[in-house]
Design a protein around this ligand. Sequence first.
Ligand code: TXA
Ligand code: MG
Length: 316
Amino acid sequence: MCVKTIVTTSVLKAASFIRKGETVAFPTETVYGLGADCFNEKAVMKIFKVKGRASDNPLIVHIHTKSQIRLLVREITESAYRIIKKFFPGPVTVILEKNDLVPHLVTAGLNTVAIRMPSMKFTREFIKKCGVPIAAPSANISGKPSSVTWEHVQNDFKGRIPCILKGPEVKYGIESTVVDCSVEPPVLLRPGKITLEELQRIIPEITLVNKSSKIKSPGMKYRHYSPEAKVIFWNTENRKLAADNENSAYIGLNKPDASFRKIKICKSPEDYASSLFSFFRECDREGFKKIYVQKVQRTGIGLAIMNRLDKAAARQ
Ligand code: TXA
Ligand code: MG
């Protein structure tokens, strides 16, 4: 597949591709998405193909106004209502029982659909101009780190998708929190920008998905967020090894007691979360073979950081 990829800042121009049944990469406050008309199966199929995404891994449907939720679901549960009221628009995705209009391809055969209303105004203007909700996974080749800039998208998809919508800078750099509200009490399937603690403030019973339980989020079983370089947790044993390795980079909150050719010390856990994918991609571009990553506490945004690091490190 070889097409001309245009990069545009016009939401109208980008929306015209969606209306023609094409795919468009677009920014959100979390990461870039690769979108298509959620009601057009042929268009949605193109997303799976170009990403190399497994067909049993469902997509998130993006909306520009809360009233579009009704186009997608049977009913809005009490817990979903609370999350929507507090966090929509924003970096959280709710899962609800789908209606018959949502194609099975979008939900990978599940009877539930994931819905998100981005807080980036530019994204919502784009979706509005499309005239339909937009099914979109993160805009990266399956298994790779998510794209945080339009250049990342271009690296993965140049010549393979017709349009990249270039917009304001991505704010968070880590994907949305995914909450299954089709069950009671709701289950946090993917930690993200909105923390478990924030959710528990409005729904105290909410629980974190149990690793050993039956896989609830199909995406959980796949390789994820992995750069070409090997990702290794920084600890006392590997300290010596890493220090004299010219091909190693380091990212964390604290300065390591070893020298690296490339080091990123993050100012806060939030900064760590938003720097991670860009750092991974930068290291690949610069030819690093190993990336040492510092562990953080699994609280607040730390839960999302550790979720991504565990997956990135699990590949090897
Ligand atoms: O921030 C984000 O969420 C970004 C931007 C573009 O919105 N999107 C994103 O999409 O990260 P993706 O496809 O990379 O991750 C969506 C996750 C996957 O783990 C998928 O398995 C899960 O959500 N998911 C989607 N629909 C689901 C459903 N009906 N039931 C359970 N899990 C679902
Ligand atoms: Mg993804």
